[in-house]
Design a protein around this ligand. Structure first.
Ligand SMILES: NC(=O)c1ccc[n+]([C@@H]2O[C@H](COP(=O)([O-])OP(=O)(O)OC[C@H]3O[C@@H](n4cnc5c(N)ncnc54)[C@H](O)[C@@H]3O)[C@@H](O)[C@H]2O)c1
Length: 347
């Protein structure tokens, strides 16, 4: 089956996903696009012989469109997701689910009322082969119950429009999602610290501490002006061992008494394969009439945590994250053996 996809928002990542759908993956045809920047929509559509729709609503309502890909700004996601749910159309929505917790809950309630999942959210790290191997190592029980997770998120340079709040909402949100997924656990509280020592960075480095519901602790260093490249690090410390992401370069060059390897320039290079797998799995699930991957619940939990982290950043205090009870529609599909070990062991 060829899934006929309509794309809403054809900026940076929208165009990258269109390239992926049309030249890398199998089983998709991008049949139409819409963007509030009409000229951009037309230029994009011309390259792939797709139709330009006047509004996002027109894309969603067209019976010749099987599934929707949303890559517009986060604050617009709700206005597109609610009509998609009303029309019963499967959606791939770039992160965030929405920019506020209240908005996320309206989307969650609409999907719950519809009665089955339609939304796959764009947290692509869950499809990265290295992160998947890390999760397998935890699930195998080889390192025992997770106690700590150490993460680092370093970019070479921050884009000109980047703000200190975006370090939380656009950067840390990836770690927020990935540790929930790795540990199959919710985040109970967050504290954000800024180093007292001033740096020349245009965007402050930050240190985020996440307290998981199971009791595990997570630290995330965010250095968005890290200068030397894009470097994503993650190490899980368990009761009897550790598992960590390896260096991401595929080869090591040894020469004249030193060894070296490439550091990714940015997130597009580091997670290239993850984005491909993410969208291929979306296409496959749409063709099968199912929805998998990061859910509306995951999007709500991530935005709720980001909101609490912003509160902590601005007040200097620890912020609790009171989530709603998790509905059955979003219960995790697989039991996590490492979580069981933590509960069963005397502490
Ligand atoms: N998963 C990731 O790693 C990742 C990476 C980058 C961006 N993103 C997310 O993707 C989304 C887009 O980011 P971007 O960097 O491509 O932004 P962008 O500004 O480059 O592109 C967004 C596009 O959406 C269009 N748009 C805005 N409102 C619209 C509306 N109501 N209807 C139709 N089109 C509309 C804009 O005109 C623009 O062309 C954001 O939610 C962002 O957080 C995710």
């Amino acid at each position: 089956m060829t899934v006929r996809v309509g794309v809403i928002g054809v900026g940076m990542i929208g165009q990258d996903h269109i390239r992926r759908l049309t030249t890398v993956l199998s089983g998709a045809a991008v049949v139409g696009v819409s963007d509030i920047d009409r000229a951009r929509a037309e230029a994009t559509a011309n390259c792939i012989e797709a139709r330009v729709y006047a509004t996002a609503q027109d894309v969603i309502e067209d019976s010749n469109v099987d599934a929707i890909l949303i890559a517009s700004w986060g604050a617009t996601h709700e206005q597109h997701l609610l009509p998609c749910i009303a029309a019963g159309k499967p959606v791939f929505c770039e992160k965030p689910l929405s920019d506020t917790q209240d908005s996320c809950l309206r989307i969650l309630d609409a999907e719950l009322a519809f009665g089955r999942r339609l939304i796959q959210l764009g947290f692509m790290r869950r499809y990265d082969p290295a992160y998947r191997a890390l999760k397998d190592a935890i699930r195998s029980g080889a390192i025992g119950a997770p106690i700590f997770v150490h993460c680092a998120h370093r970019n070479a340079t921050a884009p000109a429009h980047f703000t200190n709040d975006m370090v939380i909402t656009d950067s840390a949100v990836h770690e927020i999602d990935i540790v929930r997924w790795l540990l199959d656990d919710e985040i109970a509280a967050v504290s954000v610290l800024a180093p007292a020592r001033k740096t020349s960075a245009t965007v402050n480095p930050l240190f985020v501490i996440l307290e998981m519901a199971s009791g595990a602790l997570v630290d995330v260093e965010l250095s968005i002006n890290g200068v030397y490249g894009y470097d994503i690090r993650g190490e899980v410390v368990g009761e009897i061992g550790t598992a960590a992401l390896a260096e991401s370069n595929p080869i090591v060059v040894k020469q004249t008494g030193a060894f070296s390897g490439r550091i990714s320039a940015d997130w597009r290079e580091r997670f290239l394969r993850a984005y491909d797998i993410e969208l291929q799995e979306w296409l496959d699930s749409v063709a099968n009439g199912t929805t998998t991957g990061p859910s509306t619940w995951d999007g709500y939990a991530a935005t709720a945590t980001a909101e609490a982290a912003l509160q902590s950043l601005h007040t200097g205090t620890r912020a609790a994250i009171p989530l709603r009870n998790r509905p059955a529609l979003y219960q995790s599909q697989k039991a996590d053996p490492s979580a069981r070990i933590l509960q069963e062991k005397p502490r």
